[in-house]
Design a protein around this ligand. Sequence first.
Ligand SMILES: C[S@@+](CC[C@H](N)C(=O)[O-])C[C@H]1O[C@@H](n2cnc3c(N)ncnc32)[C@H](O)[C@@H]1O
Length: 459
Amino acid sequence: MQLPKEFIEKYQKILGNEAEEFFQSLNDEPVKAFRLNPLKEEAKRVSYSLKDPVPYVLTGYYGAVSGHSLEHQTGYVYSQEPSAMYVGEAAEVLPGDIVLDLCAAPGGKSTQIAAKMKGKGLLVSNEINRKRATVLAENLERIGAVNVIVLNENPTNLAQKFPGFFDKILVDAPCSGEGMFRKDPDAIGYWSYDYPIECSKRQRQILSEALKMLKPGGQLIYSTCTFAPEEDEQIVEWLLAKYQIKTIPLKKWPGMDHGLSAVAGGNPCVVDTVRLFPHHFKGEGHFIAKFQDERQALSRTDKRKKVRKKEKTRLFRNLNKDEAKLWHTFSREVLGRELFPDIELRCWGDRLFRYPQEWPDISKLKFIRPGFQLGTFKKNRFEPAYSLALSLSESSCKRKIAVSLAEWKIFVGGNTLRSKAELENGWYLLTCKDKSFCFGKFVNGTIKNFFPKGLRFKP
Ligand SMILES: C[S@@+](CC[C@H](N)C(=O)[O-])C[C@H]1O[C@@H](n2cnc3c(N)ncnc32)[C@H](O)[C@@H]1O
């Protein structure tokens, strides 16, 4: 790998004797890994080898997965390099938390966080770039999360909307990407001596907005995939000087380093952070810091006052009688149960969503997915959504049709299937190897294809 001269000189100064070993490691193959998705039934039932677990992530395994495999399409696996996995782990998100992932696309950390939330609480997953935000929404849809809103906003607009709102905020910042040089050699082309300084300015702006949205007593996770001290330890130093926050020590597993206080004015707090160097650690370059907001957490009475002040969600309307009837009939006949309390169900246009009352009003924000979509009402009928299929477990659904892997391949390519089964006409959850992958409409022996057009592929 041809590294820029100024990059070499910079890291020779920072790393001294270790610099050569560090440069050499950038020539090694990038490390591949994936996570299993605990939101899925029998999450370990995948065709990939689980013999080589990532020690610090319960759901992580070394190895490559294909974006065209059944396990990927059904959200059982998510490809993520092993260093990046430690960010979602360090966030220690709990079911019921109100979480913001501010720079979220393509969704590595959001999918991991959503899985940890087990459908409880709210994850607002935001991405400023529209195209990337669409990919983010697709990735979150696949994992079957029912408690996620996907926004496409800039941090300033969000901060105006959500002052002091979130328990936990992740800023996985846009950075100079030095840690990704061997995974994405194009990143070397963007690099210049001044690039980390430019990036650090943007990171400070993003963090200033992020901190406006943190609840008193909340937690902030900051991460980058660069080695540049300007974007790592020096950002920590700046945050500690400017805000009423303190670092939370992160556990260092074998091969993980702590932040370098020498590059942060000798600040001892940076040893609480984690640096991942590819010459010490089996993964790409990363930096992670975690902070505790030291302002007093809201008392119970203050929290109640805040809830009372909550505005109405203007985006949605209530279901009319016919729509409610269609949904309940579908739930009874196809799902065999009610999925959510009626009070959580709202319509945006003709689309049905789960949007619990306590979730915030997002009507003035740009969004990609305003909650969890259950389906669409179309002239006296209900059409279930792809996202609904991906959130259901095979065993919990009443009406289902199991197809072979060969048939799955035909269906995800956009074609109909034939079935000799003696079935009533109507909607069925389609499964392959016990994995739900879409709804299909059975009509006189044909399974009509409702796989989203934009997502079809040839495995
Ligand atoms: C390191 S990537 C995020 C990776 C993601 N967290 C994951 O795990 O898949 C940083 C993201 O920040 C976004 N971004 C760029 N400029 C931004 C800004 N000014 N404010 C917020 N996000 C920004 C980029 O589009 C990019 O998707």
